[in-house]
Design a protein around this ligand. Sequence first.
Ligand code: ZN
Length: 112
Amino acid sequence: MLVTLETTYRVAKLSIATLLLAMATAMPADATPIYNTCYELGGSVGYYEWAVDEHGNFTDAIYLDNCALDDLGAGPSDYEQVLEHEQGHAQGLSHSSAPSDTMYPEMLITGY
Ligand SMILES: [Zn+2]
């Protein structure tokens, strides 16, 4: 589900306790990939975003910069790797310091 800027703004007005409760009860792994964010992710090829509205409803989304990925020559397995990384964030994982790990913050575009 698409998270709008308006929704993100509402998050800022909620208490930390409300946000933590929403995160604990949400199903963030259902994040829907959105592929049309051409060069709008500040240099990232992928991005995970979540928000809670004034009713406590949780929404999240995974954004993929398909324009940047295509320009870099990314293939299907490269797209899959970006999706797996962002799904990891959706499941609550943070970055890893091991270069071979899915949650390492950088990846090599293989073209495959
Ligand atoms: Zn990441």
